[in-house]
Design a protein around this ligand. Structure first.
Ligand SMILES: Nc1ncnc2c1ncn2[C@@H]1O[C@H](COP(=O)(O)O)[C@@H](OP(=O)(O)O)[C@H]1O
Ligand SMILES: [Mg+2]
Ligand SMILES: [Mg+2]
Ligand SMILES: [Mg+2]
Length: 414
């Protein structure tokens, strides 16, 4: 048992619930045990999923507002940033050359983190709150950050007010700093922990490309729900002839709950588009499109290209930032995602937890380069064998073989 949920059971029928019924009434899913005994299990994370969807959607709204306020001093800095170089911190994550610019970028992510914390705590007041999140308030507590902190606090308050569902006094700058710092949990294998990347794909965000707000819940070390709010991802497929698509609307919300499948809806709240995914398309490798990081520094493009060649993949790689790759894969835009960080880089759970369940609940497989499932129970880092690979069940054995061969070739050429 994981929490109140049965595990290691194969769903044999899971009738598609009407749109958004996940929020309003429990879904029953039938499971087949080894003795063919059929159980009806009441799924138990609906309340948490509803809270996570609301938190990520509001944070996405906030991030979009931050991007579109062309007269705001924050945005003027962003324009400069778009033209500036990007350097690496000691942990090899991106920072911009200008200190103030760096504060603006990390401040925006912290702003999103404060809002997510606020919503989760208000929506789930009776549950103990533990959050493993990427940002902290260190930069915003510096003397030179007063102006940015005030702007951020104002934006968080404006977003809460515009939503209209919370009658709370205006948050102070100290409230916002505290909300950001409640993300200091270390996670682990006991109890429940939220896992948040308040802006994943920072470089994409700065460039005006793909980024996501990624939120997941761990229960006893397993990911039990995940939400990816992708403000810039087209509702139509991003592969093939998507430029010709009549639907050029952007803004997707992917969500998945253990045993209940993966769903996508439009982020703008008008629900013009919805989808339910239960099996990644079983394409042959030649027809498969593969995803990888836009940034060469995050994943070795030459290695993935050698693997793709072995598989006979004809399509060029689709390079986009953030966990939007997991979302796009879950709806069948492509069939493979490969990620091979350079030696020494340690993956964090917030970069993969939500994406992982969005893909697996859609019928995909996520593993490290040796075929081991990702283990989210060990704290904030993932201990991995070399890299992360994602595909459908049919292609996984071929992909693993090609990965093994390419890694051997790489190490013998060193
Ligand atoms: N050298 C490196 N190798 C691999 N991943 C890295 C990296 N430096 C940063 N990252 C991670 O890659 C994430 C973005 O992934 P992608 O390449 O798929 O867009 C970043 O998330 P943040 O943008 O939240 O910091 C960061 O955590
Ligand atoms: Mg980062
Ligand atoms: Mg990230
Ligand atoms: Mg981030």
């Amino acid at each position: 048992m994981t929490g109140n949920c049965l595990k290691i059971l194969t769903p044999i029928s899971s009738s598609r619930p009407p749109l958004f019924s996940l929020l309003s009434k429990p879904t029953k899913t039938q499971f087949k045990t080894s003795s063919s005994f059929v159980l009806s299990v009441k799924m138990s994370y609906h309340k948490e999923l509803a809270a996570a969807k609301k938190a990520a959607s509001l944070a996405a709204q906030l991030c979009q507002a931050l991007n579109s306020c062309s007269l705001s001093p924050l945005c003027k800095v962003q324009k400069v940033l778009l033209q500036s170089d990007v350097q690496s911190k000691s942990d090899k994550s991106p920072v911009t050359v200008a200190d103030y610019g760096m504060l603006v970028v990390s401040g925006r992510a912290a702003c999103s983190q404060a809002l997510v914390t606020f919503v989760l705590e208000r929506e789930l007041p009776s549950e103990p709150f533990s959050l493993v999140a990427e940002e902290d308030s260190t930069d915003l507590r510096n003397d030179g950050a007063t102006d940015t902190l005030e702007r951020i606090t104002k934006l968080v308050n404006e977003t809460i007010t515009s939503d209209g569902s919370y009658s709370v006094p205006t948050l102070s700058t100290e409230d916002v700093l505290k909300a950001i710092d409640s993300g200091k949990s270390e996670g682990g294998s006991a109890g429940r922990h939220w896992v948040l990347d308040p802006i994943d794909g920072t470089k994409g965000f700065v460039r005006g490309d793909q980024y996501v707000i990624a939120l997941a819940l761990l229960d006893e070390g397993k990911v039990v729900l995940g939400v990816l709010a992708c403000p810039n991802l087209p509702l139509a497929s991003i592969c093939g002839d998507y430029h010709k698509s009549s639907n050029n609307e952007v803004g997707c919300l992917f969500y998945a709950e253990v045993g209940a499948g993966t769903y996508m809806q439009s982020l703008n709240g008008f629900f013009t588009c919805e989808g339910w995914y239960k099996s990644l398309p079983l394409k042959n490798s030649e027809e498969a499109s593969f995803f990888e990081s836009y940034e060469k520094a995050h994943s070795q493009h030459d290695l993935s290209s050698s693997i793709a060649k072995k598989l006979g993949v004809k399509a060029p790689p689709v390079r986009i930032d953030s966990q939007a790759k997991y979302g796009a894969l879950s709806r069948g835009d492509g069939a493979i995602y490969m990620r091979f960080p350079r030696e020494g880089y340690r993956e964090k759970i917030w970069d993969h937890a939500a994406g992982c369940i969005v893909v697996t609940e859609a019928g995909g497989v996520v593993s490290d380069a040796a075929g081991n499932p990702l283990d989210f129970s060990k704290g904030k880092y993932l201990d991995l064998n070399v890299g992360i690979i994602v595909t459908n069940q049919k292609l996984m054995p071929k992909l693993l073989k090609a990965v093994k061969e390419s890694l051997e070739e790489q190490s013998s050429s060193l």
